[in-house]
Design a protein around this ligand. Sequence first.
Ligand SMILES: *[C@@H]1O[C@H](CO)[C@@H](O)[C@H](O)[C@H]1NC(C)=O
Ligand SMILES: *[C@@H]1O[C@H](CO)[C@@H](O)[C@H](O)[C@H]1NC(C)=O
Ligand SMILES: *[C@@H]1O[C@H](CO)[C@@H](O)[C@H](O)[C@H]1NC(C)=O
Ligand SMILES: *[C@@H]1O[C@H](CO)[C@@H](O)[C@H](O)[C@H]1NC(C)=O
Length: 498
Amino acid sequence: MLSIPIAAATLLGTQPVGGLAQDAEHWYKVHPGMARISQVNQDTYQIVDEFGRTRFFHGTNVVMKQPPWHRPLEWVPGVSSFGEQDVQNLHDLGLNVVRLGHSWTGGEPVRGQYNQTFLDILMKQTKMAEDHGLYVLVDVHQDCLSRQFCGHGVPDWFVKGNWVSSDEMYPFPLNPTPFPVDNSGFPSPQSLCDTVNWALGYTSVAVGNAFGRLYNNYDGLSDAFAAYWKKLASEYVEMANVVGYNLLNEPWVGDTWADPTLLVPGVADHKVLEGLWNHAAQQIRTVDNDTLIWFEGATLDILSGFNNVPLGDGSKSVQSYHYYSPPQLGSISTTLNNRRKDSERLRTAGVLTELTFWMGDEKQMQGLADAMSATDASMVSWIGWAYENLYNGTSGLPYTELAKHYSRAYPAAVAGTPKSFSFSESSATFQLHFTSDPNIDAPTEIILPPSTFPNGYSVQVSPDSSLLQYVLDKRTLALFTSTSIKNATDIYIIVSPK
Ligand SMILES: *[C@@H]1O[C@H](CO)[C@@H](O)[C@H](O)[C@H]1NC(C)=O
Ligand SMILES: *[C@@H]1O[C@H](CO)[C@@H](O)[C@H](O)[C@H]1NC(C)=O
Ligand SMILES: *[C@@H]1O[C@H](CO)[C@@H](O)[C@H](O)[C@H]1NC(C)=O
Ligand SMILES: *[C@@H]1O[C@H](CO)[C@@H](O)[C@H](O)[C@H]1NC(C)=O
């Protein structure tokens, strides 16, 4: 909580103040579209935009884990789509980022031949997101690597049936006998997949072996992965709303059967992952020098084991990490603290790119409430798992209890150095403390979801008249730092519901 002499602060309405509103309008007129995100401030470990503002993101994951590997555009209750209606809903709920799955399976169905139809659909979805003020994190997703292992991620041509001996095929040794397979090498019948816990699948001989081949470039497989990233980067290089390239979701540590040291915490990051990340990043940088490269470490790690970020440039990278309990044993605050230590050591930023939204039990609902206040307290951006969990599949309406937690007020952009922010769910009161940067003329932007402030809001600012208010759209309050503030100044804002 902030303790400031609020009695001395001004109480302003939500209307722009006098003639200065024209200045605000003018600023937006000469800076149309979304601000590009291409830098990390290596002193604060925060993401900054082209105007030098510190940026925060709240959003959801949108991943299609089966053919056609992209969500349908048309919105139908009970069907998890991603189109016009979806981006409008996400906008109204106060979210500003989507981690959008760009399956390698869908993108390169035949080795060396990209499916442009598929990539064009994802581009269309990314543009729709942009039209509604949403950033997109381009994510190459996987879980248990391939369809041959009851998972998804790499193309169907990737895994060969003779890589492990026939008695060690998936899911050996989770099952003493491998599953029977069809002509494509997929377990058949598919219902067999439900007999094995998918997360334990990583400990099978076949999955470890295939990851090992990805990491050691067997048959040019890491070249192919890097080439797919070059293709994606060439598609997205000009898109202003792309916040980054998430190289690979939840990478497994590799072939632990050949090299058990990979199971030692921290080892796989520098021994196998770092090489692949550098390889992909090099290819990306042949066509795109700007977009941030988001990298993940081994899912089970407590502290990162990387020697360095991809290509060694922490000003152009972000650590993408997840929190689930299990496998994380401590509280979310512990994870956030550890990832902060990673950011300090690697001189980069970190974003929580997966956490549980709600899958139907009360404990998860409380867990989300706790996670939301913990991420605010640590000033960390988050992307929840997953979009489809926000909605009642039957009615197609967002769960209102759930929305109370994630549909919150937050500073999407801060024109200076953020010192702290918080949102009280019970009183719907938002507080922000930042130190202004006189070199930034772009406004601070606070997202105030209309459903959270149904009757509007009041704004208190200290010092008096340090900020000019401008209502940009129904969810966004822009606050321009007054030109009379010549030096870095501590500014306090409180927004409360009417
Ligand atoms: C390419 O993507 C489109 C759109 O999903 C799909 O209809 C088509 O079958 C795909 N082509 C191949 C060769 O997979
Ligand atoms: C990226 O930067 C390097 C080094 O400055 C330069 O050689 C290269 O041409 C740039 N690539 C692109 C795509 O702009
Ligand atoms: C979902 O919506 C249906 C239809 O409106 C309703 O009957 C059901 O109780 C809802 N489920 C939950 C979990 O809210
Ligand atoms: C503001 O900054 C200028 C230049 O850095 C400095 O000379 C001046 O003393 C500062 N004024 C105040 C009131 O701190």
